[in-house]
Ligand binder design. Structure first.
Ligand code: AQP
Length: 333
């Protein structure tokens, strides 16, 4: 990692095949950062088990996620991409930070409230302490910038708070991370219900486009996407379905909303949805092709995992050793 570049940390949970939402909201933006920043892209498997996973499916999703990172254009030589569970310093720092974060702070986290409603049969302690682990993830790498969606902002604030608290007690140990606001922000909504975001764990598969969906499946899902009754392709808060499709179109083609509205002036919804589907198919085609190639190259993927894990462990250990020393833990012999 070069010393003169800022550090960016982010990650995705291996909770299923990535959606167009993950691609446009995260991966596609990450590929634009790799020259300018030192980037770490973690596969957040410790976070994933806050919701029960089927072990075989989980392992497959883990394996496929690193391939989806690379297929989307992330260079494994330039970026550090690794599994959270392979770098034990995440869990170790999480325990320590948990002793510097108060119950009341965690109780205020809105994502915990939402997730405990959604998974009311399994409100485990991990779901509650999720933001502590997230603080450890970020602070371990002396991260400058964290690309976050609105839903993670509160967690990032907590990470900043605990970093400052720790620094006040022990001196400058952690860098205080900032949110990175992407220039192209695309929040992709569910195709059948544009009031909620597109999520890989959505049970209604017509709500989501998986980045590996075959072209005919993508076209058919767009054909079924919800619009409205006035047959006018225009961006507006009272037209959430059409606006979501316009957003998707703009994110994959690079057009502005005004340009897209002009392009679709006079189009019926059927033709509009067909054009959006075709643009998405064209954007995903090279990603899918690369993924297929990687599937046949197990040794290459294994070597990437090994090299990148070593790099991540080395950086993580630098911070963790410092923290342990400051606290007064017995030095390692
Ligand atoms: N619909 C979306 N639009 C834009 N960005 C999105 N992201 C997720 N969905 C959308 C971005 O993807 C990154 C990683 O997400 P994650 O898998 O770690 O967690 P998530 O946000 O909970 O994603 P999902 O797909 O909704 O997963 P499940 O269904 O397992 O909860 C983040 O950068 C996020 O902003």
């Amino acid at each position: 990692m070069s010393d003169d570049k800022k550090v960016i940390f982010s990650g995705i949970q291996p909770s299923g095949f990535l959606t167009l939402g993950n691609y446009l909201g995260a991966l596609n933006n990450w590929t634009k950062l790799q020259d300018e920043y030192n980037c770490l892209y973690c596969i957040m498997d410790l976070h994933t088990i806050t919701v029960r996973q089927d072990p075989a499916k989980f392992r497959k999703a883990e394996r496929e996620l690193i391939m989806q990172y690379i297929a989307s254009g992330l260079d494994p030589e330039q970026n550090i991409m690794y599994y959270q569970s392979h770098v034990s310093q995440h869990a170790e720092l999480s325990w320590i930070l948990g002793c510097y974060i108060y119950m009341g702070e965690l109780q205020r986290m809105t994502q915990f409230k939402e997730k405990s409603q959604k998974h009311s049969d399994n409100i485990n302690a991990g779901l509650f302490t999720y933001p502590v682990l997230m603080a450890a993830d970020i602070l371990l790498y002396q991260t400058d910038l964290v690309p976050v969606g609105e839903d993670q902002r509160q967690h990032l604030e907590l990470a900043r708070e605990v970093a400052s608290r720790f620094n006040k007690l022990y001196g400058d140990v952690f860098k205080i991370p900032e949110a990175y606001i992407s220039k192209v922000g695309a929040r992709v909504m569910a195709l059948q219900d544009p009031s909620k975001k597109m999520s890989k764990s959505d049970e209604n598969k017509n709500n989501t486009i998986a980045i590996m969906d075959p072209p005919e499946v993508i076209m058919s899902k767009f054909k079924k996407a919800v619009t409205d009754s006035d047959n006018e392709v225009r961006y507006s808060d009272d037209k959430p379905g059409v606006s979501n499709l316009l957003n998707i179109y703009c994110a994959v083609t690079g057009s502005t909303t005004a340009e897209a509205e002009r392009e679709f002036d006079g189009f019926g919804y059927g033709d509009f949805k067909k054009s959006v589907g075709e643009a998405v198919v064209a954007k995903l085609e090279p990603v899918q092709k690369k993924f297929m190639e990687l599937q046949n190259n197990k040794d290459y993927i294994d070597s990437i995992i090994k090299n990148n894990t070593e790099k991540a462990r080395h950086l993580a250990d630098r911070t963790l050793s410092r923290v342990q020393k400051k606290i007064g833990f017995m030095p390692r012999v």
